[in-house]
Design a protein around this ligand. Structure first.
Ligand SMILES: O=C1O[C@H](COP(=O)(O)O)[C@@H](O)[C@H](O)[C@H]1O
Length: 257
């Protein structure tokens, strides 16, 4: 697993713009290397703001969006179209503005599919298995990029402190009793996070500063799930100054004005 690099930007607005630029470059690089790109989206404030900035960037046309697979790190188990679904936010901010191949937009299904949360998680696991190639050495693609938002409690995706999903070795799980509404969710698990080529934790705001500090320490993932957010080749913590305000000065950090 890679050692995190911390990059800070002035505020949440600059952060979203800077991350959007990085996502475009990452997708272009992955496509140049192997013809397609697997991107994992996150919900949350800064995650959706980043998607809106990708949509607003003229450089987005450098990506062949028909050859991008879109996945989600987690989903709130709500009917399709519900405003609280991560999918709904992502479609509005970005996906509806792109020429995507609908077969490559991999949605975690909600209760309107007729499935239980467990069945939906298993269906997503099957979709991941189908997309995985021998070189991925696992039950899911080795994503080119997994973006993760982070809560003030240190949760990533829908992996909340102390909940059994953190021990789960299946690629996707149903989560019940989430402390953040809604209580039922679907989430990728830590082995899939850590199988990704690149993992970027994106966080803004003073209320995230304590969790950022712990996520960069050797805290246990049961207490601080974000401490397990590490990619195989690269891990970035992309922060605004407020979220970075409690990081020890010994930690290497790159700051932009
Ligand atoms: O519920 C969720 O929250 C986190 C973080 O959200 P934020 O608004 O505090 O940035 C998000 O990463 C996750 O995907 C989402 O389901």
């Amino acid at each position: 697993m890679s050692v995190p690099t911390v990059i800070t930007h002035r505020d949440a607005d600059v952060l979203a713009k800077a991350v959007a630029a990085r996502v475009i470059v990452r997708a272009v690089d992955a496509q140049s290397a192997k013809g397609s790109a697997h991107l994992v989206l996150t919900g949350g404030t800064v995650g959706i703001a980043t998607l809106a900035e990708i949509a607003a960037s003229p450089a987005r046309d450098a990506v062949d969006w028909r050859k991008v697979d879109i996945w989600w790190g987690d989903e709130r188990f709500l009917p399709s179209g519900d405003a609280e679904r991560n999918e709904t936010g992502a479609r509005k901010a970005l996906l509806d503005h792109l020429d995507l191949d609908p077969e490559r937009v991999h949605v975690m299904r909600g209760p309107d599919s007729g499935m239980t949360a467990e069945e939906s998680a298993e269906a997503y696991a099957e979709e991941l298995r189908r997309a995985a190639r021998p070189e991925d050495h696992g039950p899911a693609p080795s994503f080119d990029l997994m973006m993760l938002g982070m809560g003030p409690d240190g949760h990533i995706a829908s992996l909340f402190p102390g909940l059994p999903a953190l021990y789960d070795t299946r690629p996707v799980v149903a989560v019940h009793g989430s402390p953040k509404p809604p209580p039922t969710r679907i989430s990728l698990t830590l082995p899939v996070v850590q199988g990704s080529r690149e993992v970027w934790v994106i966080a803004a705001g003073e209320e995230k500063a304590g969790a950022v500090r712990l996520a960069l320490s050797d805290s246990g993932t049961m207490q601080v799930p974000a401490a397990g957010a590490r990619g195989r080749q690269r891990t970035l913590f992309l922060l605004d100054r407020a979220a970075a305000s409690k990081i020890p000065s010994s930690l290497s950090r790159i700051s932009s004005p």
